[in-house]
Design a protein around this ligand. Structure first.
Ligand code: ATP
Ligand code: MG
Length: 256
């Protein structure tokens, strides 16, 4: 398989477990040459096959990200195995702000959303507001949440928990209110850093909030696990709902 593949406005680099340190450096140089030559928008580093992400490999990915950024391109890592991410975390290694997503498809989606939909997202003071009105918006909200949580230094495991919570809240907005928004913001208290997620809609509201928070309660034939699940995943969970006026779910999660 070709290590570097150009696809439209992106280049995809596939890391192999057999790569030596020298081969990694070679790949990094070749990749940067492609970014410069084709003026690509983004780089996807596919690590699906990688079974060890040690300090050298991590540094290579960071270097790719830094050099691509200097050429105006974003970098995303896709396909990290859970055990590999866990080992990296144990070693204290991180990609230093480079977002990680499940697969190439999500990688392209995130690069697209960063490149073309930046205007649709209000940013400032470390706050991001994602309007929710279509099912693609659920994906966009959770990807942005993933990126922000990664940049805030959350562990890969917590990044996924946060993305999952955002996904549930965004889907509830779409399903029960039709539209609304997810606001993501970096929060700090003393030395602690965290991420606040606030889901707001002006939909029908919830008649009985206590009941809606019970596992298994659903008015739509769903699993009834969304809200209770989110409550369990975050550190602070508040819900305000007025029938006929709408619902606001406010959550906070702190970095450990
Ligand atoms: N934003 C909202 N506006 C109005 N009602 C809501 C909203 N979010 C949740 N609900 C109500 O709370 C119930 C429980 O929500 P929850 O997300 O836990 O389960 P679900 O959406 O029914 O199923 P699941 O999320 O497991 O697919 C919903 O069935 C719905 O009646
Ligand atoms: Mg739900």
């Amino acid at each position: 398989m070709e290590a570097i593949l150009k696809q439209g406005r992106y280049v995809i680099a596939t890391l192999q477990p057999s790569f030596s340190d020298d081969e990694l450096r070679g790949l990094c140089d070749a990749l940067v040459a492609q970014v410069v030559q084709h003026r690509v928008r983004g780089v996807i580093v596919d690590v699906t096959a990688v079974d060890v992400m040690d300090s050298c490999a991590t540094r290579t990915v960071r270097d790719i990200g830094r050099m691509a950024r200097e050429c105006g391109a974003d970098t995303i890592v896709c396909g990290m195995r859970h055990d590999v991410a866990f080992a990296m975390d144990q070693l204290g290694l991180s990609f230093d702000g480079i977002a990680t997503v499940a697969d190439r498809y999500e990688g392209v989606l995130l690069l697209e959303s960063r490149a073309s939909e930046r205007g649709a997202v209000a940013m400032g003071d470390g706050k991001v507001c994602v309007p929710i009105a279509r099912s693609e918006d659920i994906v966009r909200a959770r990807q942005l949440g993933r990126t922000m949580a990664g940049e805030l230094g959350f562990s890969p495991r917590d990044v996924t928990l946060i993305a999952t919570a955002i996904s549930e809240l965004a889907r509830n907005i779409l399903q029960y209110a039709g539209e609304g928004e997810i606001e993501l913001s970096a929060i700090a208290s003393g030395q602690e850093q965290g991420l606040a997620v606030v889901a707001t809609d002006r939909g029908p509201g919830i008649e009985n909030v206590q009941r809606a928070l019970q596992r298994g309660y659903s008015t739509s034939g769903g699993l009834g696990l969304g809200l209770p699940g989110v409550r369990q995943l975050v550190d602070d969970f508040r819900i305000e709902s007025t029938p006929g006026r709408g619902t606001t779910v406010s959550t906070q999660k702190w970095r450990r």
